[in-house]
Design a protein around this ligand. Structure first.
Ligand code: FEO
Length: 390
């Protein structure tokens, strides 16, 4: 528990040893479920709750803060890591109303079985005056669900954006203490959760530019006393700027694809193109996602298995397509034994990207001189396109 400003407390939970989110996303630094208590002269509100697994931590904090009653519980986002404790909170505080927008009302009814009579439904830019503490609700759909909203505390100029600007980073300090660590963690979070919604985030950043922000208090990770750190990072990540980089997810069964990857990596490097190879048998998909944030090009390298790509390459390609990075060029390097449809299958999986498809390199068996020439041609083409792009 920590004070952000007089009358504003952080009352959420840290989950240092959680290592997987949504049974999908690695959490090397754990995570937090931040909830915030706002006390006005007339009423008290809780902004977001915690994952049900950490419900007791939230209740301990509220007890230590001397909270005997709550007037409002704000649900910025209905995903259960923030909303899962809402039923227990509403039960403990029977006078409390759940502040939701109309879309979120649907979600909490369906997912958490909250009855309509407990809800206080707000529209975009509506306000609630707690007595010297005015909460304004700013609808921000698709960061990363359709119902998401941000809560702005006017008098204190604090933004509570729930997932937006968050980081899966558990640390004992409430506030950001290490800019580099924060930005790495926040970039991973952006890549995994927010990147598909780049266009919507741009709009939300434009909206927020009209607000004075002294503090950003997300519901994952540390609180920002210097909001420009994360706002500037997001402005860059959602921009159209791409870096002179190739992301190279690969898998190799008997060494042919690996040899092609080694040669391709060297050929790109000598042409001044940074390359990030990811051996898919051992890679953290969060690191792969992070690399996709800025890279101009993605090349997937895989052998053919049972007429198609190796399943690890299928999984990585599905992820690339789902995350919708700003990649401009995509390519395939394929080693096969006797045939198959690997290139067609992979290219057919990348339909969500607005990227130019490069001429693939397809190699039968172990690579030979003509195959190395094809790899060099692919590296040449990428280096030229990257130069033209800058
Ligand atoms: Fe942290 Fe979308 O929940």
């Amino acid at each position: 528990m920590a004070m952000l400003k007089p009358g504003v407390l952080s009352v959420g939970a840290k989950h240092y040893d959680r290592r997987l989110f949504d049974e999908l996303i690695p959490l090397p630094e754990g995570t937090t479920y931040n909830a915030y208590l706002v006390r006005g002269s007339r009423a008290t509100a809780l902004i977001d709750t915690v994952d049900p697994e950490k419900e007791s931590v939230l209740f301990d904090c509220l007890t230590r803060a001397g909270v005997e009653s709550l007037d409002y519980v704000v649900c910025n986002h209905a995903e259960q890591d923030h909303s899962g404790a809402i039923p227990a909170v509403l039960k403990r505080f029977p006078a409390a109303k759940l502040v939701v927008n109309p879309k979120c009302a649907e979600f909490v009814r369906e997912h958490l079985l909250v009855p309509a009579e407990r809800m206080h439904i707000v529209q975009d830019r509506a306000t609630l005056d707690l007595g010297g503490k005015t909460m304004e609700f700013i609808f921000a759909p698709w960061v990363h669900w359709p119902e998401t909203m941000l809560t702005y505390l006017r008098e204190d100029a604090i933004l509570f954006p729930c997932d937006l600007f968050g980081a899966h980073l558990a640390q004992s300090e409430t506030f950001v203490v290490d800019d580099r660590l924060l930005l790495d963690s926040a970039k991973r979070y952006y890549a995994e959760i927010m990147m598909p919604f780049r266009a919507q985030i741009r709009q939300h950043l434009a909206t927020l530019s009209g607000y004075r922000l002294e503090m950003i208090a997300p519901s994952h990770g540390p609180v920002h006393r210097r909001p420009s750190l994360i706002i500037d990072a997001y402005t860059d990540w959602v921009s159209d700027r791409v870096a002179n980089e190739v992301v190279l997810p690969y898998v190799s069964m008997h060494g042919s694809t690996k040899r092609l990857v080694e040669v391709f990596t060297d050929e790109l490097a000598v042409r001044g193109v940074e390359v990030r190879p990811f051996n898919l048998t051992v890679s953290d998909i969060g690191e792969l996602a992070m690399a996709l944030v800025d890279a101009a090009t993605v090349v997937i390298a895989t052998p053919t298995v049972l007429t198609g790509p190796h399943p690890l390459a299928v999984s990585a390609t599905y992820l690339v397509n789902a995350l919708r990075p700003k990649t401009r060029f995509v390519g395939v390097i394929n080693s096969f034994g006797w045939g198959g449809r690997t290139v067609e299958v992979l290219n057919g999986m990348l339909t969500a990207l607005k990227a130019e498809i490069l001429t693939p390199v397809t190699v039968r068996g172990y690579p030979k001189e003509a195959d190395y020439a094809a790899v060099r041609a692919l590296a040449d083409g990428i280096a030229t396109k990257h130069t033209e792009m800058v």
